[in-house]
Design a protein around this ligand. Sequence first.
Ligand SMILES: Cc1cc2nc3c(=O)[nH]c(=O)nc-3n(C[C@H](O)[C@H](O)[C@H](O)COP(=O)(O)O)c2cc1C
Length: 467
Amino acid sequence: MSSRTTAALILAAGRGERLGADKALVELGGRTAVERLVRNFRAAGCAPIVIVRQRGAAALPADLAATIVEVDSEEMVESLRCGLRAWTDDPPRSLLVTPIDHAMVGASTIFQLENELRTAGDSQAVVLPICRGRPGHPVGLTWNVAVEALDPEVTSLREIIRRDSDRNRPVFVEDGWTRRDLDRPEDLDAARGHLAGLVPATELMARHRSRRSFLPKPVGDAQLSWIVDSARHASTSSFVQAYSVVAVRDPERKRRFAELCADQAHVHEAPIVLAICADLHRLAEACARHGAVLESDSLESFVQATVDAAILGQNIQLAAESESLGSCMIGAARNHPVELAELLGLPPHVYVVFGMTLGWPAGDPLPRTRMPLEAVLHLETYDVSRTEAVLDAADASMRADSRAANARLAAGERPVNETRGWTDRMAYLFRAPNPPKGREHLLAALRARGFGLRDPEQRGTDRVPGA
Ligand SMILES: Cc1cc2nc3c(=O)[nH]c(=O)nc-3n(C[C@H](O)[C@H](O)[C@H](O)COP(=O)(O)O)c2cc1C
């Protein structure tokens, strides 16, 4: 008897033309998409499960423990009706319905939705997962609402959802796969990347390495948006959100971007280059709205916006790595701040703090060993007595990293100098007088972008025209 249960209805009758494959049968984490979804519905206590397939479509795995019904139409609403008819003799109390596109939705999300349907009991209810303010799938329907779809006048599930907002019950979820679907090959790559990156956050951080070689494979728009949307939940000073990101894919603009970043080969190669910007533009406009002028000239405003942008950038890199993408931050984006700002159409009060490549990584570079933790973590007060030992250790680990890198060199690659440690490299790079190469005019460039970088008593002198 199914009458007091929450059933599940999986709509898998599409041809998957944009994906170029039968969505139900694509591999996700060692099993097919349909097996994954059925398993998660079962884990959340949903039964029975009905799957709607196109007549004549490829057979599903034999041991699915689900009822398969066939439909002739390509219309989603016909699939819905066809699935519902499978239960008309013995209807469930309620059901969760999803297109196979949302096969990545987790069991705990389904459990949350099922729980809400259970609470709804025999009332009329539409249960909607809301992720970051937007609805997704699966949609929960009590049976007395679901039958409305049997009316041939109904053209979509959305129509039923919109019919009476009083019966809609939002369930707030964090599971992005309620909204992210498997529509294109890039989406499938993103889903597989996500599964491969499912490790605790601390492990993910320790796994980090900058990636400077990429596969010739695109990163989808949906994945890019999801990553930046996730990253922007970072802390932000005074809730200013003084950052923005410009994502560049256009080959010509990307070529110029790379040229301005010391012509680094991996910046040319990456499918996407992000400009991570410190952004006081919105703040200036907010002040103008209220008849005020933004105090953008102070060193503090500059630091605040730069810190905000850097935190966002780190979050983006981590979010990307959690989906198995690779990236490398590009400080060389500060070599020509004015030209880069022009290329990206940045308004005044915005500058690129650093760039960041993004792509599917190729190869497997060795990690770079950090100096000992004692160098970084001090308890209660800073302990300078450790510095000598720490510097010795930093030298030794950099030499060891160099030896390991040279041992794996491919033919034609240049070996690194194994005798040089961290201290002599740093002394070479940072000795005075030695303006950082490529950044000799950084102060003037930042001022041209509208960041005065002045102490408070210098305020108002020599303001930037137009900024
Ligand atoms: C703000 C910033 C700017 C960077 N700029 C560049 C760059 O222009 N080119 C590059 O190849 N690597 C760049 N890097 C990457 C560093 O070289 C790299 O993080 C460091 O050597 C440690 O290696 P790992 O990231 O693989 O652990 C940058 C890193 C940061 C944080």
